[in-house]
Design a protein around this ligand. Structure first.
Ligand code: SF4
Ligand code: FES
Length: 360
């Protein structure tokens, strides 16, 4: 098959972070500071990405502002010709650093929102004072006119605050709000009993987002990641494995998605040892689930196989024990009824207590 170039690169510059969100998408085995790529290697990776066809880089973490060279990295990505998006909690972004990031060519900021008030947000993020600091940074971003997306990971303990979340996005002048219902990988999988929304919340969130998107047309755009445990069909995770995006971890490991390292039989190559184009085009890991030829039944004979590519490989592993299986969220999966019944009809298993992410 012909391999199309990727569009986006998620650059996890560091796993260090002042917050400890219990749904963090970082792996449970975090990379330590002394194993992180240095400035020059990251900039070389950005150049290789641009040559390969990547258009935008998401400078992410952990908290990317924990890197003292964030300004140099932003300049390097910008000079490579990439659209630069900073994904941040806001902690560590001083006024001076924002000025400098803007001067180095930063195009866009995506600010996370853990909750709509200090008590809730600081409990979820595990960081006292984080909400107030974030709101101050958001005002600085607004004053500078840097395009802003607010990124709200939603789950059972904050979904009832969705209306206020939307109001905050409007007040902060955000152009876009990502209502991202939590995906159960990494730390979130371990916290599923504290995060899994109720069926009622799941129905309400869809209606609220649809109504707000209509009402705020031209003011605030919405990206909606629905809560898929209650869905009939799975999402096209990463728009299909190895199709449009790649992730680079703090130590330079190149992955087809953020949770790919949970798949034990795959070996992932490192940007220190291989050219990015070779990894993308030819590595066994990127080709393992690319396209549709590998799909099992019922996907192989399904009319949706070019729409969702059999769902999420990491979710198939977590729920079915096989990364090559039909994602059990799909109603056609032979495991669907068993898995969803076990997950959704056990309200007594729910807890409000979090296991917080640790700092490497
Ligand atoms: Fe998607 Fe496979 Fe389900 Fe069809 S059977 S909807 S391709 S996951
Ligand atoms: Fe890995 Fe979906 S998170 S394929």
């Amino acid at each position: 098959m012909t391999v199309q170039p990727p569009i986006a690169m998620l650059a996890e510059l560091t796993h260090r972070c002042p917050l400890s969100c219990p749904y963090c998408s970082n792996p449970t085995e975090l990379v330590r500071k002394n194993a992180e790529l240095d400035t020059d290697t990251w900039i070389k990776a950005f150049r290789q990405a641009a040559e390969l066809g990547v258009l935008q880089v998401h400078l992410s973490g952990g908290e990317p502002a924990a890197r003292r060279d964030l300004e140099d990295l932003t300049r390097g990505a910008s000079e490579a010709g990439l659209y630069t998006n900073l994904i941040t909690s806001g902690i560590g972004l001083t006024s001076r650093r924002l000025d400098q990031l803007e001067a180095e060519g930063l195009d866009h900021i995506q600010l996370s929102l853990q909750g709509t008030n200090a008590a809730l947000a600081d409990r979820i993020g595990g960081y006292r004072g984080g909400f107030d600091r974030k709101m101050a940074v958001a005002q600085e971003i607004k004053a500078r006119g840097i395009p802003l997306t607010l990124n709200a990971v939603m789950h059972r303990q904050n979904l009832d605050d969705l209306d206020r979340t939307i109001e905050i996005a409007v007040e902060l002048g955000a152009r876009r709000l990502e209502v991202a219902c939590v995906q159960f990988h990494g730390w979130a999988l371990g916290n599923r009993a504290a995060l899994l929304p109720t069926r009622e919340q799941t129905q309400a969130v869809k209606a609220t987002v649809a109504e707000a998107a209509r009402r705020l047309q031209g003011v605030l755009a919405f990206d909606f990641v629905p809560p898929d445990y209650y869905a009939d069909y799975p999402k096209a995770c990463m728009n299909g494995w190895g199709s449009t995006g790649l992730n680079v971890t703090p130590d330079g490991t190149v992955l087809p998605c953020h949770a790919a390292e949970t798949i034990p039989h795959l070996e992932f190559q490192n940007i220190r040892d291989h050219a990015l184009a070779d990894i993308w085009n030819d590595s066994p890991a990127f080709n393992a689930y690319r396209g549709t030829d590998w799909l099992p039944d019922p996907c192989q004979s399904c009319e949706r196989k070019e729409i969702d590519f059999g769902g999420c490989r990491c979710q198939a592993l977590a729920l079915a024990g096989d990364a090559g299986a039909t994602d059990p969220i799909c109603r056609k999966s032979p495991l669907h009824a068993q898995v969803t019944r076990a997950l959704l009809d056990q309200p007594n298993d729910r807890t409000d207590a979090f296991t917080y992410r640790v700092n490497p």
